[in-house]
Design a protein around this ligand. Structure first.
Ligand SMILES: NC(=O)c1ccc[n+]([C@@H]2O[C@H](COP(=O)([O-])OP(=O)(O)OC[C@H]3O[C@@H](n4cnc5c(N)ncnc54)[C@H](OP(=O)(O)O)[C@@H]3O)[C@@H](O)[C@H]2O)c1
Length: 339
């Protein structure tokens, strides 16, 4: 054992309904010695993603659940501080699923790191040029297939994924309407991200507003939220619309599955297509998307926002911000500075 200690957030119990701070337990353990092939990573920034809520449930999904008593899984960017692996040297910056903790042993289980290229800010590989940016890119372009002049509607539009999907649609020459919670987020969408209009689902009649803002119907609906917002979008489809099923955060903390939309038949009537995806299926094509996303961000064609909280002790509270809608843009937690 080294003399370093490691603060770790473990999954203490399976959540019932809304995830809470008490579903996690903070422990302090010694950093273990490394075996051959392993390397020690100090986490710098943790990434918080709604999908982590699903990993807390005891059910098989596209990844196995986190076991009770195990370190809560999450993405991060970290720095290698010791290494018994020739591919990783102290000082290297890596990203991976290193978990809600200060130090992680790279090369074990899911903790396989990917080197982070120099030249862009450390946080980008967790957001705009990382998983959420990729999700926006492939979901919109491969499933949504927006054409110039079409109308694109995005829910969860001020979030990490939605804000990038909406701006890529603008880059492709579409009219873009975003749906988000609250006047501040809606103002950001129009004034900073350049959308044509935004709907505040907390204070407006969403179905009515979509009808008014998309008089020819919605050609591409990029879905992040589910529930009544999905139903409102389905009520306003254009002929041959494409519905990109990216996520449904409004249901993630529900104990019982939400009722299905009452108007699914509109998919038949409008000859629409609804398709889901999981971004890891596009992993082989991440480099091509990252290159384009970096270029767009550097050229100012895509603006992005990061919400950076601080301190490993605040990890559960930071995670909860996603479900309270407190984050504007990518939710991150800074836990250390690089050396
Ligand atoms: N398919 C994939 O491979 C894939 C990959 C990554 C992400 N996703 C999905 O993409 C979506 C966005 O993820 P993200 O990481 O970019 O998070 P995010 O949008 O940055 O943050 C979550 C946002 O969801 C909204 N929200 C929370 N509870 C809600 C509710 N009950 N009703 C309506 N809106 C609610 C909040 O915004 P408001 O303030 O506007 O309510 C909150 O800021 C999620 O559904 C996620 O599961 C899918």
């Amino acid at each position: 054992m080294t003399d370093r200690s490691n603060r770790q957030w473990l999954l203490a119990r399976r959540p019932h309904g809304m995830v809470s701070r008490d579903d996690f337990e903070l422990v302090e353990t010694p950093v273990p010695d490394l075996a051959d092939g392993e390397y020690l990573v100090r986490n710098l920034y943790l990434s918080f993603d709604p999908t982590m809520r699903g990993w807390m449930e005891d059910r098989e999904s596209y990844m196995p659940p986190v076991a009770l008593g195990e370190v809560m899984r999450c993405g991060s960017v970290g720095q290698v501080v010791e290494s018994k692996n020739d591919a990783y040297a102290p000082g290297d910056i890596v990203s991976g699923l290193f978990g809600m903790q200060e130090f992680a042993v790279g090369g074990r289980g899911f903790m396989q790191g990917t080197p982070v290229a120099e030249g862009t800010p450390l946080t980008w590989p967790l957001g705009v040029t990382g998983i959420t940016g990729m999700t926006a890119y492939f979901g919109l372009l491969e499933l949504g297939k927006p054409k110039e002049g079409e109308t694109v509607l995005v829910s969860g539009a001020a979030g990490a994924t939605g804000s990038v999907a909406a701006q890529i649609a603008k880059l492709k020459g579409c009219r873009v309407v975003g749906i988000a919670g609250g006047p501040e987020k809606c103002a950001w969408l129009v004034e900073k991200a350049g959308l044509d209009a935004a709907i505040d689902y907390k204070s407006e009649d969403v179905e009515e507003r979509i009808r008014a803002l998309c008089p020819n119907g919605v050609d591409v609906y990029f879905e992040n939220v589910g529930g009544p917002i999905l139903e409102a979008a389905l009520a306003n489809l254009a002929l041959r619309a494409r519905i990109v099923m990216c996520g449904g955060i409004s249901g993630y903390n529900e104990e019982k599955p939400q009722p299905g939309p009452s108007n699914l038949m509109n998919i038949v009537i409008q000859r629409a297509r609804m398709e889901g995806f999981i971004i890891i299926d596009y992993a082989a094509r991440f480099p091509e998307a990252a290159e384009e996303l970096v270029k767009w961000v550097q050229e100012g064609k895509i603006v992005h926002q990061e919400d950076v909280q601080e301190g490993i002790e605040n990890a559960p509270e930071t995670f909860l911000r996603l479900f309270r809608g407190q984050n504007l843009g990518k939710q991150l937690l800074k836990v250390a500075d690089p050396e």
